[in-house]
Ligand binder design. Structure first.
Ligand code: XMP
Length: 516
């Protein structure tokens, strides 16, 4: 892989994505990972990301300069550029002038990185300190008005660096520059395509499964559907999908999935109603992490309960189900604290929420992928477009969209409001534009209202429309006010328990997309 060393800014994610857009597999590692461990991963190249620190700060993330002698191509970006300069004998200075935002870069000599790009170009800068002298043996290839050394390289040692951020869209030739590093600087080939991922995964799944029985927890969403399609292509009828109705679904959800699957997936699906099990287990619980763990556990219990019938229906009576397929994605792993060096933000039901006594072996063919990559894979596999395009809906469903205890009555209220929001957003033609729009019931909050001539004392409901590329970061969607007004009127008119509609205008970070 290409390893992106994370120095603690949000840019590492973005860099990893851009490398993948260049069709090369990348992974993020924390800067605290020992060099020996980094090299043991056999990196084809290493990219040092930006970071919030000054290389001179007391608590500046340290980095072992042995990496630069390992004969692995390295590309330093922003803070990573300064780390490289300092480690190899250059000079980094707190110049007192900082550059933020759009800046004009003048190319002094195109060399490897800047070849085939214009001699003057817009780049995006964000730094206080600056490299004032390149290490010996390095050629300075570009500068800006405030920064003498804005890019340098030493092709003999395969070391490259830039002060600006090639990974952000504001840098006009950013992707080109990154690709020049990958293809020319590191000599890599763009081979990480949907087809190659499919081929590799199918071979791995066949090898792992042999002639055993496999079940897949199916929600009908993109992730589990693509995972199921992949496994089905690998082992055919040894796979049975299980759709668990946990009582936390949106209005019409199960019917929708049944229809879509009957129309085009060609995979055996078993539908089980486990709502009593889930709602019973959730009674009296309002802590978000506890809810997530309970839901994760009850999913597994439901699969175990369905197991015997599944093998019988698959014509393999007496056999045991050995494997469970999950559509876990890379961001689920990272946010559940399973990425290297990352904090647990929330336990995704299929990662941090799994019970310890899990008897199934997991098959998670999408564990390294972002959502848009999964969609590309789905299209390549022939998964119907209605499924591939579906907006994300979390496995724990409405259970994490009721702030407070989950009850039947509260679910009914939320379902009614959610139905109106979805109907109006679809009618406004926004389904492709909006990443998803959670509707959240603040069940423990009440506010005074007036309706007709009377006083009301009801619950508020929150609209959380967001745009995003991969759910790791998001921005709130600027919906048309008339549309917001229409949704608000409809909800307060038709759902008597709700007397207030609130719009969530928080990006991620600092908010997450879901409220729990
Ligand atoms: P957050 O709330 O962390 O959500 O910004 C990021 C994306 O993940 C979805 N999500 C989940 N999906 N199981 C899932 O399958 C979960 O436990 C879970 N929690 C959050 C969320 O809807 C958003 O798309």
């Amino acid at each position: 892989p290409v390893l992106v060393v994370d120095f603690g800014a949000q840019y590492a994610q973005l860099i990893a994505r851009r490398v993948r857009e260049a069709q090369i597999y990348s992974e993020i590692v924390p800067h605290t990972m020992p060099t020996a461990k980094i090299l043991a991963k056999n990196p084809a190249a290493i990219i040092l990301s930006g970071g919030p620190s000054s290389v001179y700060a007391e608590d500046a993330p340290a980095f072992d300069s042995a990496v630069f002698d390992a004969n692995v191509p390295v590309f330093g970006i922003c803070y990573g550029f300064q780390v490289m300069a300092q480690a190899l004998g250059g000079v980094v200075t707190a110049t007192g002038t900082s550059e933020y935002g759009h800046t004009t870069l003048s190319v002094l000599s195109p060399e490897t990185l800047l070849d085939e790009t214009p001699s003057e170009q817009v780049v995006w800068m964000s730094h206080g300190d600056a490299v004032t002298e390149a290490p010996s043996g390095f050629k300075v290839t570009a500068s800006t008005e405030a920064t003498k050394v804005a890019a340098f390289e030493n092709p003999g040692r395969h070391l490259y660096g830039v002060q600006f951020h090639p990974e952000v869209h504001h840098t006009a030739y950013g992707q080109k520059i990154l690709e020049r590093f990958l293809y020319e600087g590191a000599g890599l080939e763009p081979v990480w395509t949907p087809q190659s991922i499919i081929d590799t995964q199918i071979a791995a799944i066949r090898e792992k499964v042999g002639d055993a029985q496999v079940i897949c927890g199916l929600s009908g969403g993109v992730d589990s559907s693509v995972a199921a399609a992949l496994v089905h292509r690998a082992v055919g009828d040894q796979l049975t999908c299980i759709f668990v109705d946990h009582g936390l679904l949106r209005a019409g959800e199960r019917e929708q999935v049944e229809k879509d699957y009957a129309a085009g997936m060609g995979i055996r699906v078993k539908y089980v109603d486990e709502s009593a099990r889930f709602l019973g287990a959730l009674r009296g619980v309002s802590d978000p992490e506890q809810k997530r763990k309970i839901i994760g556990r009850e999913f597994i219990r439901s699969f175990e309960a369905a197991q015997r019938e599944v093998v019988a229906e698959a014509g393999a009576a007496g056999k045991e189900v050995k494997f469970l397929v999950q559509g876990t994605l890379y961001p689920d792993v990272v946010e559940s604290g399973g990425g290297t060096g990352t904090a647990n933000i929330k336990s995704h039901h299929n990662v941090g929420g799994l019970p310890e006594d899990l008897k199934f072996e997991l098959i998670e063919p999408l564990r390294q992928l972002f959502k848009d990559e999964v969609r590309a894979l789905g299209r390549e596999l022939g998964v119907p477009e209605v499924i591939v395009k579906r907006q994300p809906f979390p496995g724990p469903g409405l259970g994490i969209r009721i702030i407070g205890e989950v009850t039947e009555e509260r679910l009914e209220i939320l379902r009614a409001a959610d139905f109106i929001v979805r109907r109006e957003l679809t009618a406004a033609g926004l389904d492709d534009e909006i990443w998803q729009c959670p509707v959240v019931l603040l069940a423990d909050v009440r506010s005074v209202g007036v309706q007709g001539d009377g006083r009301t004392y009801g619950n508020p409901i929150v609209l959380r429309p967001v745009s995003s590329e991969d759910a790791m970061t998001a921005d709130w969607s600027r919906l048309d006010w008339d549309l917001v007004a229409r949704i608000s009127n409809e909800i307060t008119n038709q759902v008597p328990e709700i007397n207030r509609v609130v719009l969530d205008c928080t990006s991620k970070p600092p908010g997450t997309i879901e409220w729990e």
